[in-house]
Design a protein around this ligand. Structure first.
Ligand code: G3P
Length: 218
């Protein structure tokens, strides 16, 4: 399973990358706005900055909501760097755009996916990745992980090549469960990735080892 970081914060991307476990990055308009990025030129430069940190797929989202606008933006984004994946929303024009981009060799990430039916459409259109938002589904008192299981099963059964990219990850359990369920990729904020490091017995064990190391008077 691949690990992507879900942020547009360059320091956090560097920190995850330096761990040596990072395979890619996903961003969205909310994450870009959070970093205070304003204007088209700054947006494009920020994607290039991210691509220069991480040697892997970087999802950059279109801001248009109509087919022509999405295609024009997709060409501009894809031209920035070889690792750009164009993120397209799950709307009618988005599906048309994914089909066009797939046919023209531009990788896509279909975002804002909340049902198996939407994931099926994204796969039919040839999306490289599909992004079910599991945390936001949990927020509605439904089970986001169940959707991951459903999509993984459908894709496996029918041999779709679209990769299941579990998004809207909120905790360590989401990451571990996605691994168990066979998600191809998780994209997570840094705290949940770092959360995988911790176990109280590791802390206790380390404290004891450090104490006993002192006894050996190195
Ligand atoms: O990048 C899309 C997705 O991961 C957003 O997550 O936490 O805003 O629901 P969140």
């Amino acid at each position: 399973m691949q690990f992507f970081i879900d942020t547009a914060n360059l320091d956090q991307i560097r920190e995850a990358n330096e761990l040596g476990i990072l395979d890619g990055v996903t961003t969205n308009p909310s994450l870009m706005a959070k970093e205070g990025i304003k204007g088209r030129a700054s947006i494009l430069k920020h994607y290039v900055d991210i691509c220069e940190i991480v040697d892997g797929p970087v999802s950059a989202e279109v801001l248009s909501t109509d087919y022509e606008g999405m295609i024009a933006e997709a060409h501009e984004l894809a031209g920035l760097h070889k690792n750009i994946v164009v993120k397209i929303p799950m709307i009618k024009d988005g599906i048309k755009a994914i089909r066009y981009l797939t046919d023209n060799g531009i990788p896509t990430n279909c975002t804002l996916v909340f049902s198996a039916g939407q994931a099926l459409l994204a796969a039919k259109a040839g999306a490289t990745y599909v992004s079910p938002f599991i945390g936001r589904i949990d927020d509605t008192s439904n089970d986001g992980l169940q959707l991951i299981e459903q999509i993984v099963n459908i894709y496996r059964y029918h041999g779709f090549e679209t990769q299941v990219l579990a998004a809207s990850i909120r905790n360590v359990n989401h990451i571990v469960k996605c691994a168990e369920l066979g998600a191809d990729v998780i994209t997570s904020p840094l705290p949940s990735i770092l959360g995988l490091l911790y176990h109280p017995l590791t802390d206790l064990g380390m404290a004891k080892f450090i104490e006993d190391t002192r006894k050996m008077e190195l």
